[in-house]
Design a protein around this ligand. Structure first.
Ligand SMILES: Cc1ncc(COP(=O)(O)O)c(C=O)c1O
Length: 390
């Protein structure tokens, strides 16, 4: 199914909600774009008597509009916007108190690992990196104090696929919450709440914003206790996005489905090209039939995403050369925007995992496939892959 007909239930389809949910024309002016409300404070008729807004950190109309859109796209009752994906993750993890235990994937995003290992662990929250693709590994990880399982699927950077339904059910059996970082898939490709997850976390810096011009984070949930916690942390810790940043993420969301349709199609072509290239050792892309999570991805995702990772026969030295030789694929951190990016996770996005159980193969190259003409992307890879000496 493509974005022109993405209605699945009775209500409006995904793309209709992306353009309209929380975005009624402005009642004062009729403006069809949600205004960027810069006011930090709001007039009160009498003490405590106001129009739903009193102070900008607590609640801002542009932010509420974005939160409403995202909640609608994730099938959630509540959405919360934060100043970055890490601030969003941190808001969820503040549920944990000393003595609690947390399960994270053994190939989590480096920043998530750093947050858990360098901030939460020293304050008494234990954690276990677990191969979440393996039910046995998860079964062995439970402890009395396990309160939360953190899932990333597809994972960053190995593109492993985790069974959200199975992990959520196991978490609930053990009295724990299942939180899914849906950054790589986006709500267009995957709906974790409908599969049993308790909350969805995003780096909206990536596909949701989609244009490499805003850093942000979002959380969506149907759980009332979790929503109370998130609203409290959002206001109390104050890691809120600016109204302008909210506007940029909301603008990005309007084209999410069409961007992803094209990006997924480009990624599938690139993955097939890499599989056939003699210099390439292994390709990690859930759309490939040989990928261990292919069938699960086909079941729980609308499409296979636009991230592709691979290793070269020439190892790290060859990977460094390819990364430097690529032109149209910009050598840069981040992902999910209109332009294609190339990076070496071990030295860049996942450097904080060095020496840990999550350490990334230094020869792994990660591509974020953008919207460019796919033949131009292939030509760029051809040139870059010819460049290495090995
Ligand atoms: C999967 C994933 N989650 C969370 C984050 C953190 O997001 P941010 O950089 O917006 O803080 C990233 C950033 O790369 C990511 O890739």
């Amino acid at each position: 199914m493509n974005s022109s007909n993405d209605r699945e239930g009775k209500g409006p389809g995904f793309s209709t909600r992306a353009v309209h949910a929380g975005q009624d024309p402005d009642p004062l002016t009729g403006a069809v774009v949600t205004p960027i409300h810069l006011a930090t404070t709001f007039a009160q008729e009498a003490v405590g008597k106001h129009k739903g807004f009193d102070y900008g950190r607590t609640r801002n109309p542009t932010r509420v509009s974005l939160e409403t859109t995202v909640a609608s796209l994730e099938g959630a009752a509540h959405g919360f916007a934060f100043s970055s994906g890490m601030a969003a993750a941190d808001a969820v993890l503040r549920l944990l108190t000393p003595g609690d235990h947390l399960v994270i994937p053994d190939d989590a995003y480096g920043g998530t690992y750093r947050l858990v290992s360098s901030i939460y662990a020293p304050s008494g929250v234990a954690f276990s990196p677990v191969k979440l693709q393996s039910p046995d590994a998860l079964a062995a990880a439970w402890r009395d104090g396990t309160r939360l399982v953190w899932v990333e699927t597809p994972s960053n950077p190995k593109l492993n696929i985790i069974d959200i339904e199975a992990v959520s059910a196991a978490a609930h059996d053990h009295g724990a919450l299942c939180i899914v970082d849906n950054t790589f898939a986006t709500p267009y490709l995957q709906q974790p709440l409908s599969l049993g997850a308790d909350a969805v976390v995003h780096s909206s810096t990536k596909y949701l914003g989609g244009h490499s011009d805003v850093v942000g984070g979002l959380v969506a949930t149907n759980d009332e206790d979790l929503a109370r916690h998130l609203g409290f942390v959002q206001n109390s810790a104050g890691a809120v996005p600016s109204p302008f940043d909210c506007y940029l993420v909301q603008r990005g969301l309007k084209t999410l489905a069409v961007r992803l349709d094209r990006q997924c199609a480009n990624a599938a072509v690139i993955a097939a090209y890499l599989v056939a290239h003699p210099a390439v050792e292994a390709v990690f892309y859930p759309g490939l039939e040989g990928h261990p999570g292919h069938e699960l991805a086909a079941h729980q995702m609308r499409d296979f995403g636009a991230m592709v990772s691979f290793t070269l026969r020439g190892g790290e030295a060859a990977a460094l050369e390819v990364a430097a030789a690529a032109r149209l694929f910009t050598l840069a951190e981040s992902l999910g925007a209109v332009e294609s990016l190339i990076e070496l996770p071990a030295r860049m996005t996942h450097a904080s995992t060095a020496g840990s159980e999550l350490e990334v193969d230094p020869s792994l190259i990660r591509l974020s496939v953008g919207l460019e003409t796919v033949d131009d992307l292939l030509e760029d890879l051809d040139r870059a892959l010819d460049a290495p000496v090995s």
